[in-house]
Design a protein around this ligand. Structure first.
Ligand code: FES
Ligand SMILES: [Fe+2]
Length: 435
């Protein structure tokens, strides 16, 4: 359980909150590039860390992220005209460049005024199919963080955004909870569950593709310079005596990389505000990614659930989140697909779950580590330091899911990122297996 004070500390992300100050020290995804696809396309209104922003692409293709409300008298720039290399407020026609410079003030002839005032703008990058912004102090602007998915051809990557009305930590914790994969996601993880058979999913794009029905895997988390790795061990189904090791990195402030046999899912749980989250899923691999298939696997192929148009995850208690109880003889959850199941569970907890009421078990070890790393970061930032992971190049960080011999030290399977190479035990020692 987490004391109420710590729960508040780790969940709230608005300006001036301890966790909000941590989030503001990293480059964060703001939107998918395709949401402002072409020069002078419609501006996009977004919330990030409790702040309202407008994102637009100017006539030259450059992207700007500004405070949403016009610095004149507060009309929303998201209603504005995007034209001639700027965004123009509808109310009195003030026009702003991507860096917030005022280009025109039709109701004010004082030329010097334009140099004195600026719209609040944020540093922006566009990489890997996403628009990124930095909302922190200018003096602390970190190097841009690179991920492996930024270095593949565009057709080998697809990016999805799902807006869920729940606190980011409820969604994030699901990513560090290996034991739920074979239970909540029974239908895609272990399709033999209905007959008590050990039947492995054959879908190589499926991130819930587990090697065996082992829902109480042994976990071994290890801190790194970006957060931590955790390894989950299960008896391997298809190699006598071998052990399956599935390693998932936690990257501060709220990112994880999930392995599927043929591709990786890099997932960002980016807080829009305290009670809603933009989940950005970047799927990439060595071959072209089939976007429609990914959407179906995630359970997002039903317009009552989600659409590309507004990215909103729509199910609510009003329709019991779309759960079909009549199907639950054959469907574990009565829901469809991995993301649909994860989002519904997070929503079912309410907007911000009170973790002082929970009862943790050893399978929650990595969830506890997530909270520890985040709370540590709030204390470091309060003391004027830099939180872990800021500016670290992550392009070599992946998520292996492999069968290994029992005398393997799993730490040799990953780029070490600060783990002493000699550290750790073999799989046999961790699992206390007989040699
Ligand atoms: S409120 Fe925007 S120009 Fe006046
Ligand atoms: Fe899940």
């Amino acid at each position: 359980m987490l004391p109420r004070d710590d729960n508040e500390r780790v969940c709230r992300v608005g300006p001036g909150t301890p966790m909000g100050e941590v989030f503001r020290r990293y480059w964060l995804p703001v939107c998918v590039s395709t949401q402002i696809a072409a020069p002078d396309s419609d501006p996009l209104r977004v919330s990030l860390l409790g702040e309202r922003l407008v994102v637009f692409r100017d006539s030259n293709g450059k992207v700007g992220v500004l405070d949403e409300l016009c610095p004149h008298r507060g009309a929303s720039l998201a209603l504005g005209r995007v034209e001639e290399c700027g965004i123009r407020c509808l109310y009195h026609g003030w026009k702003f460049a991507v860096d917030g410079t005022i280009l025109d003030t039709p109701n004010n002839r004082d030329e010097a005024f334009k140099k004195r005032v600026k719209a609040t703008s944020y540093p922006v990058r566009e990489e890997g199919g996403l628009v990124w912004a930095y909302l922190g102090p200018a003096a602390k602007l970190p190097a841009f963080t690179r991920y492996a998915f930024m270095d593949v051809p565009d057709e080998h990557r697809t990016v999805l955004r799902v807006n869920v009305k729940a606190n980011y930590l409820q969604l994030l914790e699901g990513g560090f909870d290996s034991s739920h994969v074979g239970i909540l996601h029974s239908n895609v993880a272990r399709p033999g569950w209905i007959d008590n058979a050990v039947t492995r999913s054959t879908d190589e794009t499926n991130p819930a593709n587990l090697s065996i029905d082992d829902n109480a895997p042994t976990l071994d988390p290890e801190n790194t310079d970006f957060g931590f790795y955790y390894a989950a061990f299960r008896q391997a189904a298809d190699a006598a005596g071998a052990i399956n090791v599935r390693v998932v990195p936690f990257i501060l402030p709220s990112t994880r990389i999930i392995p599927a046999p043929s591709q990786h899912f890099t997932v960002f749980e980016t807080p829009a505000d305290d009670e809603s989250t933009s989940t950005f899923l970047v799927i990439h691999g060595k071959a072209p990614v089939d976007r429609a298939r990914a959407i179906a696997l995630l359970g997002l192929d039903d317009p009552r659930c989600w659409s590309e148009h507004d990215c909103a995850f729509k199910p609510t208690w009003a329709d019991r989140f779309g759960q079909d109880r009549a199907r639950m003889r054959d469907s574990w959850s009565g829901l469809n697909g991995v993301e649909q199941e994860d989002a519904v569970i997070a929503l079912s907890m309410g907007p911000i779950f009170d973790r002082s009421k929970e009862h943790l078990v050893p399978a929650d070890r990595a969830v506890v580590r997530v909270r520890q790393r985040l709370l540590e970061a709030t204390r470091v930032v309060e003391k004027g330091g830099d939180p872990v992971g800021v500016g670290v190049d992550l392009s070599d960080v992946g998520a292996p899911d492999v069968n290994v011999a029992q005398d393997t030290n799993w730490r040799t399977l990953v780029p070490h990122h600060g783990i002493p190479i000699t550290k750790g035990q073999t799989v046999r020692e961790l699992l206390k297996l007989a040699s």
